[in-house]
Design a protein. Structure first.
Length: 349
């Protein structure tokens, strides 16, 4: 006895290939506005092509980075504010690249979800394109994965991949020495680190994402916490060109405490004056609401400093002026000194 089986389709299994194709067409203009010299072929192929020599490099060394935005994504999904996490995704990758002395060239994204919502996905990818435009790199490809059963309703995940280049022999850090000045570039808020602790504090305080932010009552808590990561690429590339930059540390997870030592040679440490900058309101609120020790603040968050630059003493003033002219808020954090480790003086306030 035979049993007639009903014909199944991929769409009935939860994967809509047509929706994916429509999304590619929808984001085409966003990707096109990030086009730059060196792009040979972008969206649509099995791979994207880029020519570093056409981008102006003579003997390029490639530098690659990958990252995500952590549990900040949970707040974006819960609030429906999706237009800025793409900027975060780009920034977390390209801010790392430029610390190596590399100019970001191109970017690819990975967007994974249970059921594709074209409007939500296009909002995220528009943000990615905006981040690429700010960093001067091209969005040349990516992957949209629709995976039923892997994610809850409305949930998605993001990953970013970026490649940059520098001329051979020009990598950072280089020539870091005792007496070098450490400049701090201000952050625009939390950026993309420490959000598991942030969410715990918000939960303990009994706050909703649409409640007024305690540290910025003119906006909602969710919107304030989603302020995107600042892109430092153009400013640091200008500092490299100006001369005197010995090292750059992107202050992400681990804060100043763990990231600045990554650019210091063995035997050298850093003396940091905690009174050199004011703790931004979001961090002051987190510190009070979470009863966070200063050591916890400096190791979990950027605490108001998104990038630390190690510069030659005779170039510190000129580089600070150059960076200020490019819109950065600059302070002198301290100096490199003999003996490994971070040595803090003063108090965060």
């Amino acid at each position: 006895m035979s049993t007639e089986r009903t014909s199944l389709t991929y769409a009935e299994a939860g994967v809509d290939i047509d929706a994916g194709n429509a999304l590619v067409e929808k984001i085409g203009p966003a990707a096109a506005r990030t086009n730059r010299s060196g792009v040979m072929a972008g969206l649509g192929g099995f791979g994207a092509l880029f020519d570093p020599k056409a981008a102006g490099f003579t003997d390029p060394v490639l530098v690659a980075a990958t990252d995500g935005v952590g549990t900040k994504l949970r707040i974006a999904i819960d609030t429906g504010i999706l237009s800025t996490v793409g900027i975060d995704l780009v920034a977390m990758c390209v801010n790392d690249l430029v610390c190596q002395g590399a100019e970001p060239l191109f970017f690819l994204d990975y967007f994974a979800t249970g059921k594709l919502d074209a409007e939500a996905a296009s909002s995220v990818i528009e943000g990615i394109a905006e981040g690429c435009a700010q960093a001067g790199c091209a969005l040349i490809g990516g992957e949209t994965a629709e995976m039923p059963g892997m994610y809850g309703d409305g949930d998605f995940d993001l990953a970013g991949f970026s490649v940059g280049a520098m001329e051979r022999g020009q990598s950072l850090p280089a020539n870091v020495a005792s007496g070098d000045v450490i400049l701090g570039l201000a952050s625009d808020g939390l950026h993309s680190n420490g959000f598991s602790l942030v969410r715990r504090v918000v939960e303990r305080e009994g706050l909703a994402w649409d409640a007024p932010a305690p540290f910025a009552p003119e906006t909602s808590l969710g919107a304030a916490l989603l302020t995107p990561t600042r892109l430092y690429v153009r400013a640091i590339l200008a500092a490299i060109k100006a001369g005197g930059l010995h090292g750059a540390a992107h202050i992400t997870g681990g804060g100043l405490t763990e990231n600045l030592p990554r650019v210091l040679p063995k035997g050298l440490g850093a003396e940091i004056d905690l009174t050199a900058w004011r703790l931004p309101p979001v961090f002051a609120w987190l510190g009070e609401a979470g009863a966070l020790a200063p050591e916890e603040m400096l190791k979990t968050f950027n605490a108001g400093i998104g990038m630390a630059l190690v510069v030659a003493p005779d170039r510190a003033e000129a580089l600070a002026a150059e960076l200020t002219g490019m819109g950065e808020r600059v302070c002198v954090l301290g100096q490199v000194s003999e003996g490994e480790g971070m040595r803090y003086s003063g108090a965060l306030s």
